[in-house]
Write a protein that binds this ligand. Structure first.
Ligand code: HAM
Length: 420
């Protein structure tokens, strides 16, 4: 293994691609910020118990994919595999649900860790932007979140994504369905591990990707036929609100999510250009999670969009975001005196809010102009001894190639004018 290699299943974000990641995070966050969601940040690790209880003892995430560790003090911690349990824990700890209006609307952005088999679009360290609306049962809230994710993706120019929608029922109707499904599954020809899954998490069996399993599932009881009237009405309302907002979705009664806390509305954003790891985001309602982790009853709903996969989706659609260049002005000094003077000019430009960079290391004109080009700067400032003697710098428009002498005292104003 080379010393310069990131750990398996991880990768570094480096310029220029890293700029796209930042822009994606920003694009997902913007509609949330505009809709009353406040920013929350929680630790990168939590007590392992939180995820075991919250995400679910029977999920792959908890049984196979958590990075757990015992601290020197004997605490059992886990790197966070997801954000929902942490955000709810933090909201409860800070009593946000008692502070004022419900729902408590929060958004977050950060790193998550799952010990998965790495492949394209699946990493052991990945990044999500998420949103949680805590403490209110209202189909408008479910619809709001789905609409905001759709809006974020559209603002990035994405078109080849689909929204899959399902209802998983509630604590009244799901247990009845679960039992009917278990009875059906127990009669099938399945391997030992799948048989175990029937007992702990039968809905996950429906998600089995193997053809020989899927073949046997054709006549499996359908959750749709077991939904109670309240769940049905709730789901119809969410569907109607999405339709009214012009958000296209597909009903997918096979949609079972990999986390145990979901009730009623569940959804996934899938992108058709990504191959196997097509889920770019997902979420749903989790009315029982607060009680599962020891809190009061707080019906809630949320989602998380994967930043890594969203960037891959942009690449799959050939979308280049219109990112402003990091640098507007690049200063090229020729000689010691010019270095001091131009560095002063650059500092002044930066203080005036104009993005400026400098040819460091005392390079020659040719090399420095190459750097100016690579920086993407619209203007270069070049000055040598003769210019300084005349009190001017050469201002070069890097697009047109035009160059003119500008008095030193007017450079900042001239650039501010030209850059608008
Ligand atoms: P999730 O479906 O497990 O949901 O993850 C959400 C998104 O994170 C996925 O759609 C995917 O884009 C990204 N993601 C997950 N695992 C990986 C991985 N190994 N590599 C790259 N990207 C990955 C949740 O995490 C829930 N907390 C969402 C939620 C919020 N539900 C309610 N509120």
């Amino acid at each position: 293994m080379s010393t310069f290699q990131a750990p398996k299943g991880t990768y570094d974000l480096t310029p220029p691609r890293s700029a796209t990641f930042l822009a994606v995070r920003e694009a997902i966050a913007a509609p949330l910020r505009d809709s009353g969601y406040g920013y929350i940040e929680t630790p990168g690790f939590e007590n392992v118990e939180l995820f075991a209880r919250g995400v679910g003892e029977s999920t792959d995430i908890v049984t196979k994919e958590m990075y757990t560790l015992t601290t020197k003090g004997g605490d059992q911690l886990a790197l966070r595999p997801e954000g929902t349990a942490s955000v709810l824990r933090a909201a409860l700890e800070s009593n946000l649900h008692k502070a004022g209006n419900l729902p408590v609307k929060l958004w977050y952005s950060g790193s998550y860790y799952r010990y998965e088999r790495p492949q394209a679009g699946r990493y052991r360290h990945f990044s999500q932007v998420g949103a949680e609306a805590i403490g209110t049962e209202d189909p408008v809230l479910d619809a709001e979140l789905i609409i905001l994710a759709d809006q974020a993706y559209r603002s990035l120019g994405l078109r080849q994504f689909r929204i899959l929608l399902n209802s998983l029922g509630d604590k009244e109707c799901r247990p009845v369905y679960r039992e009917a499904l278990q009875t059906f599954l127990r009669d099938l020809d399945l391997d030992e591990e799948t048989r175990r899954r029937i007992e702990i998490n039968p809905l996950r069996v429906l998600d089995d990707k193997r053809a020989d399993v899927q073949k046997q599932l054709t006549d499996a009881p359908k959750l749709r036929d077991y939904l109670c009237d309240a769940c049905k009405a709730y789901h119809e309302e969410v569907r109607a609100l999405l339709t009214a907002a012009g958000v296209v979705f597909e009903d997918d009664e096979k949609l079972v999510r990999g986390l145990d806390y979901y009730t009623r509305t569940t959804f996934e954003f899938v992108h058709d250009g990504l191959g196997a790891q097509s889920a770019v985001g997902g979420g749903g309602r989790y009315d029982g999670l607060s009680e599962m982790i020891g809190g009061p009853e707080l019906p809630s709903v949320g989602w998380a969009l994967g930043v890594d996969r969203t960037v891959l989706a942009l690449e799959a659609e050939g979308i280049e975001l219109d990112l402003p260049y990091a640098t507007s002005v690049y200063a090229v000094p020729l000689g010691e005196e010019a270095r001091r003077v131009l560095f002063g000019v650059v500092t002044g430009l930066r203080r005036a809010g104009i993005a400026a960079d400098f040819a460091f290391g005392g390079r020659g004109l040719k090399g420095a102009m190459k750097s100016a080009n690579r920086s993407g700067a619209r203007y270069a400032l070049v000055a040598g001894e003769r210019d300084l003697a005349e009190g001017v710098v050469q201002l070069k428009d890097m697009e047109s190639g035009e160059q003119s002498a500008v008095p030193l005292t007017e450079v900042a104003a001239e650039l501010a004018k030209r850059l608008g």
